[in-house]
Design a protein around this ligand. Structure first.
Ligand code: NAD
Length: 496
């Protein structure tokens, strides 16, 4: 397989670049230095953005703190209207968002558009939620007073997002936090700052008060997260990224007992039972594995197939993988590049560890010659369960297939992981679907589907995959705290 896509149409690249400066207290500001943003499809730098240091980080926090009381006092309906306005402004910029996401992250334009649409849906969901926050009122168990529980915004939040879903990750956190009445300091991923810059431009255009959202970019994340997390004015950190960095942030949070939400790595088992619709399983496995060139936390990491259908599954899966077009996401391709040369180059070691553990490379296994950080879609088959990829996130266009002898072996092997984010099961038997749904030790189980994200669903993981859930009916409450008010009541009140 080669990088066989045509060269991108240069007119498609000819659009106004988003703001690359820092956004602090409603102003666009240069940082003390700048850094380059490169297109992983060709390695070329196409923009420069401001690089913030500790001073800018603390100014951003100061702005978020200053704006907090005002923002929490804005009526929920008014907050919702601002968010709907932001949503509408986003819809007008679909092409710009899609192009910049593809240029920064490498994902095919079709995937950028899908991420854009989903991000808009999430924003609208949170806008709708902001005026629908529930409290409660009840009688004390022993009588004599009343219990009122109000939900209050937790306060200024630090949001740290990854590059692989540069818009969706900001909206899924930021949308909930804004709806809840919290102000934000957002740190973009170094690889994808411009997508975040465009989002911040629209926040400003929509008319959010100054300081409600502040945006930082940096090449040295710890120089920002250290001082911010040491500052007691940060009331919550919401992070999406690797388990390694999540653990560092939780250590920093421990010092001030700062609230945390953590969306971390995954090791998605993709289980195909002997009664599965094999064609459907193949179609969904290709999407689940090769979307974003496999660089997704919810990607199928281990494809676990009952031996009775493994021959048919593998043959059809290989045929589908052979059809995948690899190339510049600005053209009509299925699989884009890895995010960086370093990420592409590590895959040589990944293939070596898979083969030395007994895996057979059935297709691919090599980088694509030429410019850009492409890796050929790869399938590695094992003879049976093997722990080489248990608790080990591939994060690459490499599929591993493990035949199992029965449903018990499938379930046991699937659960052999420190991670617990997404899992998948393919079966036409409702009882099996329910049993796997209940016994898979993962925060999310897709039954006969390889894509699950939806604003109305709680997204998140168990074990080393994180703490908390994003979106769903309770997503807004991740950014709120219960306030209990006890009210003494004279039971007589002159009316007994
Ligand atoms: P990463 O952990 O290296 O980086 C994520 C973010 O953290 C980036 O903004 C990065 O600049 C920042 N960062 C790095 N070191 C930091 C530090 N010391 N202090 C503060 N911030 C720091 O992860 P990545 O390579 O960008 O993303 C891939 C990882 O993210 C994978 O493990 C993937 O599974 C995970 N992910 C999880 C979800 C989810 O919802 N659970 C979604 C997408 C990605």
């Amino acid at each position: 397989m080669t990088n066989n896509s045509p060269q991108p149409d240069q007119t498609a690249l000819n659009f106004k670049q988003p703001e690359g400066r820092l956004f602090i207290a409603g102003q666009w500001r240069d940082g003390p230095s700048s850094f380059g943003v490169s297109n992983p499809a060709n390695g070329a730098e196409f923009a420069r953005v401001s690089n913030s240091g500790e001073n800018e980080a603390l100014e951003a926090l100061g702005a978020a703190v200053a704006a907090q009381d005002g923002w929490r006092s804005v009526s929920p309906r008014k907050r919702a209207e601002l968010m709907h306005r932001l949503h509408d402004l986003m819809l007008e910029r679909e092409d710009d968002f899609a192009r910049i996401m593809t240029m920064e992250s490498g994902k095919p334009l079709t995937e950028s558009r899908a991420e854009f649409k989903l991000s808009c849906d999430f924003l609208r969901w949170f806008a709708e939620q902001s005026a629908h926050v529930h409290g409660s009122y009840s009688a004390a168990s022993n009588g004599g007073f009343r219990i009122m529980v109000a939900k209050q915004p937790i306060g200024p939040c630090l949001l740290i997002t990854p590059w692989n879903f540069p818009l969706l990750m900001i909206v899924r956190k930021g949308g909930a936090a804004l709806a809840a009445g919290c102000t934000l300091v957002v740190k973009s991923a170094q690889e994808t700052p411009l997508t975040c810059g465009l989002f911040a431009e629209l926040v400003q255009q929509a008319g959010f008060p100054d300081g409600v959202m502040n945006l930082l970019h940096t090449t040295d994340s710890s120089s920002i997260s250290g001082p911010l997390m040491a500052d007691k004015r940060i009331k919550k950190v919401s992070f999406t990224g690797s388990t390694r960095v999540g653990s560092i942030l939780m250590e920093l949070a421990a010092k001030n007992i700062t609230d945390c939400s953590m969306e971390l790595g995954g090791d998605g088992p993709f289980i195909v039972l002997d009664d599965a619709d094999v064609d459907l399983a193949v179609e969904q496995a290709v999407i689940c594995k090769f979307r974003n060139a496999g660089q997704a936390c919810v990607a199928a990491n281990r494809i676990i197939v009952d031996k009775k259908v493994e021959g048919e599954f593998t043959e059809k899966f290989l045929a589908a993988v052979r059809e995948l077009k690899v190339g510049d996401g600005m053209t009509n391709v299925d699989v884009g590049p890895m995010i960086s040369a370093r990420q592409r180059d590590r895959l040589g070691d990944t293939i070596a560890s898979l083969t030395s553990a007994g895996g057979e490379v059935m297709i691919g296994g090599t980088p694509v010659d030429g410019a850009g950080y492409f890796f050929n879609p790869t399938v590695v088959r094992f003879e049976g369960p093997n722990d080489v990829m248990c608790s080990n996130e591939l994060f690459a266009p490499i599929a591993t297939i493990f035949p199992v002898k029965d449903t018990l072996e499938a379930l046991t092997f699937a659960n052999t992981s420190d991670f617990g984010l997404a899992s998948y099961v393919f079966t036409q038997n409702v009882s099996r679907a329910i049993t796997f749904g209940e016994r898979l030790e993962f925060g999310m189980v897709g039954v006969n589907r390889g894509i699950m994200a939806d604003p109305a669903a709680p997204f998140g993981g168990t074990k080393a995959s994180g703490i908390g859930r994003e979106a769903g009916h309770d997503g807004i409450y991740e950014f709120m705290e219960d306030k209990y008010i006890a009210l003494t009541v004279d039971e007589d009140a002159g009316v007994a």
